[in-house]
Design a protein around this ligand. Structure first.
Ligand SMILES: Cc1cc2nc3c(=O)[nH]c(=O)nc-3n(C[C@H](O)[C@H](O)[C@H](O)COP(=O)(O)OP(=O)(O)OC[C@H]3O[C@@H](n4cnc5c(N)ncnc54)[C@H](O)[C@@H]3O)c2cc1C
Ligand code: FES
Length: 256
């Protein structure tokens, strides 16, 4: 089902599952028809409305950042939240996809892997206990683990796993994670002339979520992350603010 674009519709929380020490999945009593990588605007009563990728037809997977995410993480079965969407474009479902996720960036990539198109999935996290969706991913794809401290898989950042892969064998490289990680991956792909195969899911401050307010526009093109994104191909992100800065709620630049 699709909820309204303008007004949130209420859904009831059915379960909150702790995935890692800092991330939980919130399940609710509606099933959305969506393309992996699309997001919803989640209204947290009395606090704020924030964008969240759908991690399945009936869930979002949340990491604490500030007030709204802290409130979401404190919610219990039976609590109500409001949802608008799904919004945005999402990832294309092409066979022989390489997915690369850092931290909670695994949330929009899990449903893509569940379709069976991801042949290799690189999952990165700071430590072993922060690896998100490890067990689910192991069942559906060849999983390569990277941790910053070497406590699981190989030692190093997620992009280091690219050294052992023949990138030109993949139809696309779908990426979500910290922007520094994503911009380093774009640089690496462009060094091999493969930037158009990179598909990057961007996080930007969002107010309306549906193309009206302009708060999520990327300099200098003005492309709206909520409408033309959140997934952009690598060549669209060369020579723009990506990897350098984003804007906060009042439009001020914040370095990435
Ligand atoms: C399309 C999309 C999908 C997302 N999917 C997920 C998801 O699946 N799971 C998840 O945990 N999070 C996701 N996020 C991020 C999530 O929306 C933010 O963490 C949330 O809005 C923070 O709200 P808050 O009130 O908790 O924190 P706030 O108080 O709003 O922010 C906490 C801190 O983070 C900074 N900040 C917040 N948003 C941005 C931004 N866009 N750019 C730069 N700095 C920022 C603030 O300035 C502040 O310092 C997604 C974002 C987008 C745009
Ligand atoms: S959030 Fe309003 S235009 Fe994108």
């Amino acid at each position: 089902m699709r909820m309204g674009d303008r007004l949130p519709a209420g859904v009831r929380i059915t379960e909150v599952v702790r995935e890692t020490p800092s991330v939980s999945t919130i399940w609710f009593d509606h099933r959305f028809s969506f393309n992996p990588g699309q997001f919803v605007m989640v209204w947290v009563p009395g606090i704020d409305e924030v964008p969240m990728a759908l991690s399945s037809q009936s869930s979002i997977t949340v990491q604490k950042a500030g007030d709204a995410t802290a409130a979401l993480l404190s919610m219990k079965k039976g609590d109500q939240i409001g949802i608008r969407g799904p919004f945005g474009n999402g990832f294309s479902q092409k066979d022989d996809t390489l997915a690369i996720a850092g931290g909670v960036g695994a949330a929009p990539l899990l449903p893509l892997a569940m379709t069976g198109v991801v042949s290799t999935f690189v999952l990165g996290a700071r430590t072993a206990d922060e690896l998100l969706f490890r067990k689910s991913l192991e069942k559906v794809t060849e999983l390569r683990i990277m941790t910053d401290d070497g406590s699981a898989g190989n030692l190093g950042f997620a992009m280091k796993a690219m050294d052992d892969l023949s990138l030109d064998l993949y139809s696309q490289v779908c990426v979500c994670g910290p922007e520094k990680m994503m911009s380093a991956i774009l640089l690496r792909l462009s060094e091999e002339g493969l930037e158009e195969r990179g598909k990057f899911s961007l996080h930007r401050y969002m107010k309306c979520g549906c193309g009206v307010c302009g708060s999520c526009c990327i300099d200098p093109s003005g492309l709206r992350v909520c409408s033309e994104g959140p997934v952009f191909s690598g060549e669209m992100l060369l020579d723009c603010e990506f990897g350098h800065y984003s804007r906060d709620g009042s439009g001020r630049r914040r370095p990435v």
